[in-house]
Design a protein around this ligand. Structure first.
Ligand SMILES: Cc1ncc(COP(=O)(O)O)c(C=O)c1O
Length: 407
């Protein structure tokens, strides 16, 4: 035998994502394949579009999946919206803002960046000032940046962008499903996400929604590839720079034309559809409240242990808590002990926060009371054995009090 069957250990994934998938999503993904134009498949595609309209809170017709991880959705959005030479403004308040900048640069954009210290977010006035100064065609901004655990308020930004004729794109990978997100009400033109955070699935599918004016922009660049092109189809000298992420062709695949662009990742579609079905069934406000409740219980538990939280807590995402590693403690050793002794994964940090902050996720299937209490109990033990002065039971006790006292 060259290799044994896949049989991973049991883990409780309490990092910034991926987290344990909802078993119902995994079951959906194990269903048998159908052909890509089988009426069952095209019906599932249409249902998936409708379900994600509910998740993004939009009536956008162009609500679909891009195959690939969340980054695929980001690349599809940016490469399809940005023509080389376009001006793009990227406000950066964490690692994933740098990713937007990097991708926009690779699309040939003239990228302008404004930066905020990690642990803070922008005011709308700061972003509007940067818009006025740089006059971008597109504003690309992360909603919830897992690297800092903070969420940039977007509710007023759509109106500001509309006033200045700017297209608003946001990366909602880490926030969607666990934090309020109102695509239409906030005037967001394009948003992308992934399954592996609050949506409760594995990574590998990127839900996306585009407003009609974003669709018009993308379609103004449509160029149908040779081999499937028919008389009357557009061919352009300057097509969208990626074929795989060409949203004009992907939209034609998901629309009535059923253009044969790629072979939809059928098992991922089953999973993505189930993620959205579960959320819509629960109710989006209820799902957001579940994340708020368990995220807050985790935060209270950590502070009850005497730990310091990282970043401006007034804009913390519901689903991730950043916590300062106690001085003198071996942070990586403690994470290893959490994993090896308790089977619990918590997250390290990137860039300026590396070695200073752990990130603990409470999201998707793991936004649950038992997951919160188990993590706090294990962390207390690990911290005490590592030499940190933590009162036994303080974290679990604080969280239980927060939940309302019942043990
Ligand atoms: C805000 C944000 N954007 C993008 C990504 C990249 O996602 P993926 O690894 O699924 O491509 C992540 C992953 O953690 C994220 O948190």
């Amino acid at each position: 035998m060259i290799a044994s069957p896949v049989n991973p250990p049991q883990r409780l994934l309490m990092g910034p994502g991926p987290v344990n998938a909802d078993p119902r999503v995994l079951r959906a993904m194990s269903a048998q394949l159908v052909g890509q134009y089988d009426p069952t498949m095209t019906a599932y595609m249409n249902e998936t579009m409708e379900l994600y309209r509910g998740v993004f809170r939009t009536v956008n017709e162009a609500t679909l999946l891009v195959d690939g991880t969340s980054r695929a959705g980001i690349e599809a959005a940016l490469v399809s919206l940005i023509a080389p030479g376009d001006r793009v403004l990227v406000p950066v308040f964490g690692r994933f803002g740098h990713l937007l900048r990097e991708i926009a640069e690779r699309c040939g954009a003239e990228v302008h960046v404004v930066e905020r210290e990690w642990g803070t977010v922008f005011t709308v006035a700061e972003i509007e000032k940067a818009i006025v100064e740089t006059r971008p065609k597109l504003l690309a901004i992360v909603h919830g940046d897992t690297s800092t655990t903070l969420a940039q308020p977007l509710d007023d930004l759509g109106a500001v962008c509309a006033k200045h004729g700017v297209i608003l794109y946001t990366d909602a990978t880490a926030s969607l499903g666990g934090n309020e997100f109102e695509l239409d009400a906030w005037g967001v033109d394009v948003a992308t996400a992934g399954l592996q955070k609050c949506l409760g699935g594995p990574s590998g599918s990127a839900p996306i929604s585009l407003s009609p004016r974003a669709v018009d922009l993308v379609n103004s660049r449509r160029s149908i590839e040779a081999g499937i092109r028919v008389d009357g189809d557009e061919v352009r000298a300057e097509p969208i720079r990626s074929n795989y992420f060409d949203l004009s062709q992907i939209l034609d695949y998901w629309g009535p034309k059923r253009l044969n662009h790629h072979t939809e990742a059928t098992s991922m579609l089953y999973g993505a559809r189930e993620c959205a079905r579960l959320l819509v069934d629960e109710g989006m406000p209820q799902a957001v409240e579940r994340h708020r409740l368990h995220g807050a219980a985790m935060a209270v538990g950590l502070t009850s242990m005497g730990l310091e939280l990282f970043g401006d807590q007034s804009v913390r995402m519901n689903n991730v808590v950043g916590v300062e590693i106690p001085a003198g403690l071996d942070g990586d050793g403690a994470r290893a002990a959490m994993l090896n002794d308790y089977g619990i994964e918590i997250g390290t940090s990137f860039g300026p926060l590396h070695g200073r902050v752990w990130r603990i996720g409470i999201m998707g299937y793991n936004a649950r009371r038992d997951a919160v209490l188990l993590t706090l109990a294990a962390l207390e033990q690990v911290l005490r054995r590592g030499g940190a002065s933590v009162t036994a039971g303080a974290g679990v006790g604080g969280a239980i009090d927060y939940y309302g006292g019942a043990a």
